[in-house]
Ligand binder design. Structure first.
Ligand SMILES: *[C@@H]1O[C@H](CO)[C@@H](O)[C@H](O)[C@H]1NC(C)=O
Ligand SMILES: *[C@@H]1O[C@H](CO)[C@@H](O)[C@H](O)[C@H]1NC(C)=O
Ligand SMILES: *[C@@H]1O[C@H](CO)[C@@H](O)[C@H](O)[C@H]1NC(C)=O
Length: 467
């Protein structure tokens, strides 16, 4: 459409003025929040909602750290700031449409609910007296509620179901799913610890991240303990690897390069070998072991600038998807310039895993050791004699996970909203749900307050957290 020159110039001038004004407001706003000038990673540029009117003027540089605290990022901003965050959800959408039916409300750990006009409703919650289940499902509903409240656009209406326990339930959200093709349509949801994990050694994720940051800034990698660290319960093992943790204890027993022990705690004296979660970051090498399925510790270890050593994962979680593991054999073989084409001569074909491994250690942020830990000592020796590799892998981990903001509240709400959108786009709500609306989350959460505590705090408060 032909327009006269002066008129289009006039429009451009008005638009430019508007953009400059908006940028100024944005800068002032950031300054007021004390966020200005702490750009320490890479600057980021993303589309702002009002930008669709014209090309070239649509980009606004926003300082990255500030955006990690923001809960109101839009869908495109989320994708640009946190690339790959929703990879597992994209895969889930690819699996296509399915009929989503109502399930028996007594199914262990199950919560069924609805999202309607941006509000959260609870339909069923499985009976349980297990405090962990009650905490975890409440933490998840709080996360979900926050993601809805802060969404810049109204999310689609849908019904949903999630399970807290480890055994997979078809067509539901869960903390973990197998690291291989499966006939279960499981959608990964964020870890409840992103809200909080109310244990003395843990707490809300932001407090843990700040404790880890304090430790990391005063403990350069080269000054960390030159040892492998692990604590845990020897009998929590994956069904397929009943000796996993015992094998670890066995290969590390009385080894000078290991600080590995079964968790011991005396309830009376409250003494034992329990470590605060950030203390693992004092070590150069942190071992991760899966439990009956996943272990909730993974994301905390991923915040350390330490080398994460783990047998190949059999379970995926949201944070496991950020791992870029290199197999120890590849790492050590490649570095010693051993012929690579010898790989298939091992005679053992791995089942196809969903989480890819990398072949160049420059890209790796974790190392896969053998499932029986038989090469753990060799790997530690190798890393000790190649400190530049150890440090690179360690730094890759902390920089990608913490530096990239993947454990921030911004990423968490981005993930939840992507989960709701993706799920709603392929779930066909079955008639079995009827027209029941359910109980508003706001009501449900108040009714969770029972008479166990009178609400007093500060006196005789046994549940208090240290600082
Ligand atoms: C899960 O549900 C989908 C779709 O409803 C179905 O195709 C698949 O076979 C189910 N898987 C299992 C393990 O029941
Ligand atoms: C480790 O050392 C302790 C004490 O020195 C000893 O009792 C134990 O048998 C040793 N364990 C192994 C597996 O060698
Ligand atoms: C605090 O606890 C002690 C011992 O459990 C009890 O005797 C005392 O009455 C409690 N005080 C208050 C204010 O609850």
């Amino acid at each position: 459409m032909a327009r006269t020159m002066p008129r289009s110039l006039f429009r451009t001038a008005i638009l430019s003025f508007t953009v400059i004004a908006l940028c100024t407001v944005a800068v002032l706003f950031q300054e007021r929040d004390g966020r200005f000038g702490i750009r320490d990673v890479r600057g980021l540029v993303f589309q702002v909602p009002f930008s669709r009117s014209g090309p070239g003027i649509s980009q606004l540089a926003l300082e990255e750290k500030g955006s990690f605290d923001r809960l109101d990022l839009g869908e495109e901003q989320c994708r640009e700031i946190f690339p790959g965050l929703t990879k597992d959800l994209d895969d889930a959408v690819q699996r296509g449409t399915f009929v989503f039916e109502k399930s028996n409300p007594d199914y262990q750990g199950l919560v069924q609910g609805r999202i309607k006009d941006g509000k959260l409703y609870i339909l069923t919650t499985a009976p349980s007296n297990t405090i962990e289940i009650l905490h975890q499902r409440t933490a998840i509903l709080q996360q979900l509620h926050r993601a809805l409240l802060t969404s810049p656009t109204t999310l689609p209406n849908t019904h949903f179901a999630f399970v807290i326990n480890d055994s997979p339930k078809n067509n539901s959200w869960a903390f973990a799913r197998p690291n291989k093709e499966s006939s279960y349509n499981t959608w990964l949801m964020p870890h409840y610890g992103l809200w909080t994990w109310p244990a003395p050694t843990l707490g809300p994720i932001d407090t843990i991240l700040s404790r880890i940051s304090t430790l990391e800034s005063s403990t350069p990698f080269t000054q960390k303990y030159n040892k492998v660290i692990w604590r845990g319960t020897p009998w929590f093992n994956p069904a397929g690897q009943p000796n996993l943790r015992k094998d670890l204890l066995h290969v590390t027993a009385n080894k000078s390069w290991a600080d590995v022990a079964k968790l011991e705690r005396d309830r009376e004296s409250r003494k034992g070998n329990v470590l605060r979660i950030e203390a693992f970051c004092r070590y150069k090498y942190v071992v991760y072991t899966e439990g009956v399925t996943y272990s909730g510790r993974l994301m905390y270890h991923q915040a350390c600038e330490s080398v994460l050593l783990t047998p190949p994962l059999t379970w995926l979680t949201v944070s496991a998807r950020w791992m870029k593991p290199i197999a120890a054999e590849t790492l050590m073989g490649a570095h010693e310039q051993v012929e690579k084409n010898g790989d298939s001569s091992m005679g053992w074909k791995k089942p196809r895993e969903l989480l890819p491994t990398v072949s160049d250690w420059h890209d790796a942020n974790a190392i896969y050791v053998k499932p029986d830990f038989s090469n753990l000592e060799a790997v530690v020796e190798f890393l000790d004699s190649h400190p530049e590799i150890a440090q690179r892998v360690a730094r890759n981990q902390r920089e990608s996970v913490v530096g990239g903001g993947y454990l921030s509240s911004a990423a968490e709400v981005c993930y939840w909203r992507a989960l709701i959108r993706g799920w709603a786009s392929v779930a066909t709500i079955d008639r079995s749900w009827g027209i029941e609306l359910g109980e508003r989350f706001e009501d449900w959460i108040l009714r969770q307050v029972v008479e166990r505590r009178d609400g007093t705090r500060g006196k005789n408060d046994s549940g208090s957290h240290d600082s």
